[in-house]
Design a protein around this ligand. Structure first.
Ligand SMILES: Nc1nc2c(ncn2[C@@H]2O[C@H](COP(=O)(O)OP(=O)(O)OP(=O)(O)O)[C@@H](O)[C@H]2O)c(=O)[nH]1
Length: 434
């Protein structure tokens, strides 16, 4: 054997060894689709030697009725001379096993340019496809769960850009689940609203600690929405670079809470302050006035002989009378004054930033208003009504309780003096210079 033949054999041997090392199925076929070569992996796959492989075709190994891509791709390469890259799902005839291959098939030409066969390289991607399918299925399941939750579920990166949002969260910002990814709140909602979400975002991203609290947001319809949010940091390589948030819409609960608070603060019949709320706010006003060196006046009043109204005209008329008294008195008060019902037919006004003259004038306006109030009971008949007033003015160290009992004592005095009048200490002392 001459040296060029030896060199050729050495090259072929090396090529053979290389093709056995590539980690893919390498094969060639003739124009009729018969194998002319297969590397070690092909031979092992078909459990035959290279000699046994040569001359056989795909039909000897695969169930071609279930492996249509083989024939299609082979035809395109061998008959149309095209290079083909495609996924093939092949079913083995002896075992029925299905495997997925990524195949690259290339025509082989003779010196005249005519197709004489093909060369193929196939990679088994069955496992990868199985994992991808599994992953897709898991994602679909997770999406179903997250999108069925009656809550906003989302994930943001350290720049507060969305990495994920469930359908509810995306919808809140007028986005789809795909379009919200990569966006920040400020790109979707007014800066002021985005800043509100920013408070908790920065807390969780900055401190790396779970953050729980209420967040508010004005939605696209201008409605105030309240959320109870839990934001959990996600650590990677020792630092927090994202967080997962879940926000539940608690708007209805907050509205109910406000409604209950209003109910507790408001007298059901008249809509003015309840006793508890009036006393709370009066305490607050008194402190404020002391700090400012100002005075507040407590005006206590009571409908005169109201029992007779109830007894004479019935409870319903009595109720109407109470409402009319309140409406009449409101006309004589300033918006800053506190007005509450502290008993059946007893009321208290806390007139802020006033002096004796101002407070007496307010009480007189109310007295006249009540006296002139029209409470009709059919056929032009009118319920006569009047009220008596007691007044006390705050000084530096008098407590609210003390002021209330002073005003009450003056009210009692007004009743004693014949009702339908305003009484205050200065009047009784004769020191009244009004
Ligand atoms: N219609 C009605 N009556 C009420 C309500 N709350 C209390 N009353 C009645 O108000 C009346 C208050 O009467 P009294 O406190 O005895 O005194 P008065 O008849 O107003 O007499 P003087 O206060 O001494 O002028 C009672 O008859 C209570 O039943 C209410 O919500 N509606």
């Amino acid at each position: 054997m001459d040296s060029s033949a030896e060199a050729l054999i050495a090259q072929v041997t090396q090529l053979h060894a290389t093709l056995n090392q590539v980690g893919a199925y390498v094969f060639t076929k003739d124009l009729q689709g018969r194998y002319t070569y297969g590397n070690q992996m092909v031979c092992e796959l078909f459990a035959c030697s290279l000699q046994e492989l040569v001359g056989r075709s795909a039909a000897d190994f695969f169930d071609l009725s279930a492996s249509i891509q083989i024939q299609l791709s082979d035809q395109r390469v061998l008959q149309q001379g095209q290079r083909v890259e495609m996924e093939e799902v092949n079913v083995f005839s002896h075992s029925g096993e299905e495997r997925v291959y990524w195949s690259v098939k290339q025509p082989l030409f003779d010196a005249a340019g005519a197709v004489v066969g093909m060369c193929g390289v196939s990679t088994d991607i069955t496992e990868r496809r199985r994992l991808e399918t599994q992953l897709r299925e898991q994602k679909r399941l997770l999406d179903t769960v997250l999108n069925s939750l009656d809550a906003l579920v989302y994930m943001k990166d350290h720049q507060r850009r969305y990495l994920y949002a469930n359908a509810n969260a995306a919808q809140l910002f007028g986005q789809t689940q795909a379009s919200i990814v990569g966006k920040s709140d400020a790109e979707m909602i007014p800066q002021t609203e985005a800043d509100r979400f920013g408070i908790m975002d920065q807390r969780v991203l900055g401190s790396g600690e779970k953050s729980i609290g209420e967040e508010t947001f004005v939605d696209v319809n201008g409605v105030d929405r309240h959320y109870w949010s839990i934001k959990v940091p996600i650590e990677s390589h020792g630092h927090v670079d994202a967080y997962v948030g879940i926000s539940t819409d608690i708007t209805e609960v907050v509205q109910l809470k406000e409604k209950f608070r209003d109910l507790a603060n408001t007298d059901a019949l008249t809509g003015i302050l309840s006793r508890r709320c009036l006393l709370e706010r009066a305490e607050h006003e008194l402190k404020r006035a002391r700090r400012a060196g100002a005075q507040v006046a407590i005006i206590a009043f009571d409908i005169d002989k109201f029992k007779l109204v109830n007894d004479g005209y019935g409870h319903a008329v009595g109720d109407r009378a109470i409402i009319s008294v309140v409406e009449a008195c409101k006309q004589g008060l300033r918006g800053t004054d506190l007005f509450g019902r502290i008993g059946g037919d007893e009321f208290v006004v806390v007139a802020v930033d006033t002096d004796l003259a101002g407070a007496v004038a307010a009480a007189e306006r109310m007295r006249l208003g009540v006296f002139n109030a029209v409470i009709s009971v059919g056929s032009g008949q009118r319920v006569p009504i009047s009220s008596s007033f007691g007044l006390a003015l705050s000084d530096l160290d008098t407590s609210l309780d003390e002021l209330l009992s002073r005003a009450d004592a003056m009210l009692y005095e007004a009743k004693q003096r014949g009702r339908n009048q305003v009484c205050y200490p200065e009047l009784l002392d004769g020191a009244d210079s009004l």
